[in-house]
Design a protein around this ligand. Sequence first.
Ligand SMILES: Cc1ncc(COP(=O)(O)O)c(C=O)c1O
Length: 300
Amino acid sequence: MLKRILSTPLQNLNHHIFYQQNIQVWLKRDDLNHPLIQGNKLHKLQYNLIKARELRCDTLISFGGAYSNHISALSVTGKEQAFKTIGFIRGDELANEPNKWSHTLLEAQKNGMGFIFLSRQEYRQKHIPKFLLKLQEQYPTAYIIPEGGTNLLAVKGFKATATTLEQQCPNWTHLFTAVGTGGTLAGLSQYSPADKRLFGVATLKNSNYLKEEIKKLTTNNNWQLLTQYHGDGYAKSNSAINATQKWFETEFKILLDPIYTNKMVYAFMQELQQGKIKANSKVILYHSGGLQGRLLLRSL
Ligand SMILES: Cc1ncc(COP(=O)(O)O)c(C=O)c1O
């Protein structure tokens, strides 16, 4: 079991903007659940690790880009839980140029992770059964985790969070969370009551395809994917998103990450300004962590 803080605070965000609109807003501080395997990553890995142990695997394999929070979290998990780790990284141009490696890759390497760099074309095969079968044959004692850590065991990992939220604020009405692969939204949806409304904020361009993926992971109908707040695509931003992030961090003295939670807060503020969140709503913003990504800004 990963060492973690099970019940992170649900922090009330007091601000005259919310007061004027007659809504209440809280931030679920899952960025505080582990210093390095923060937020949603911890929940996604929890049951996958149990499975890996059951299967007597000694190695964890997964996929990600050079700035992936998941790759970072997996490397720390391997170090903490005595698994070997191998990251299959998008971008074969990085293979012979460690001087171009991101902070994420350098830290993961320090944690003992080995890398295999794949061309973009090869990387696209990461979920194709034939490719995965071959990989499993090559690494017979490895437990293979999909990109972003998203699978049905990852979904199960959000049961405790959703249950705790119900105890912390039983009458919440809306929840906003950032979406990359959709596992976090699916997990929170699956274990939240059917009458709540969960909004997933897509951080990638053209992410409509994710709706079908999310439907495979949750049997609940209480969620919606907002696809219009990605800025200019994954890991990109614009001046409006940056301004909202700066405003939020200054007002509440809480850091957001530059890829996911910044867009989640931006989407919420936009929906609020557009009058889509009615008076008397009780809104939860899910802080899914990812703060290691702030170092990305420094390494660019
Ligand atoms: C900090 C953070 N928030 C949100 C997400 C999105 O989670 P999911 O891939 O489950 O949609 C990720 C990564 O995937 C993340 O690193």
